[in-house]
Design a protein around this ligand. Structure first.
Ligand code: PNS
Length: 158
């Protein structure tokens, strides 16, 4: 059974993330979505909210498992029989950063491969941090994040 993981903070999940998730899910028997536990960082959404939003947005996929992890990602993979890290790349800048991470993860555990999927062009500028920045100024992000995220933001700001 080929298992892969797509990890991140997902605060919040964007249409760019979803594009990668739906495409990567076709390539593996099981795709785990690993949500990073970072107790030092107060995000827009709590860990539980982020997990729930990802679950709702991926409910039509039957080989997805949303998990929380902390510590080194390669250690989580080793403990759970996962041998592939999936990363989305939007730009040349992403490639440089992602290559560094891939090399570091390879150094930490040479059995684990990283594969890069190019993000769909239409989401090449979308990141959770930019979404949060423009949201602070009341911008409309409905084309950039799933509608469940819009509803969750509206609930928070009411
Ligand atoms: O949402 P992001 O910033 O793209 O996610 C980055 C993430 C969570 C995949 C990366 O920071 C990570 O794997 N963190 C866990 C700790 C770890 O393994 N660090 C070494 C990375 S080379």
């Amino acid at each position: 059974m080929r298992k892969a993981i797509f990890a991140g903070s997902f605060d919040p999940i964007t249409n760019g993330h979803l594009d990668i998730i739906f495409r990567a899910a076709k390539l593996f028997d099981e795709l785990q979505i690993g949500v990073l536990i970072n107790p030092n960082k107060k995000g827009l959404f709590t860990l539980e909210e982020r997990v729930e939003l990802i679950e709702v947005c991926t409910k039509e996929l039957n080989n997805i498992k949303v998990i929380e992890f902390q510590g080194l990602l390669v250690n989580y993979c080793k403990e759970h029989g996962i041998d592939t890290l999936v990363r989305g790349v939007r730009s040349e800048a992403d490639v440089n950063y992602e290559l560094q991470m891939a090399h570091m993860n390879k150094e930490l555990n040479s059995d684990i491969e990283t594969i890069f999927l190019p993000t769909n062009k239409q989401y090449s500028f979308v990141s959770s941090s930019l979404i949060k920045e423009v949201l602070n100024f009341g911008a409309d992000v409905k084309n950039l994040v799933p509608e469940e995220v819009i509803w969750a933001i509206e609930k928070k700001t009411k």
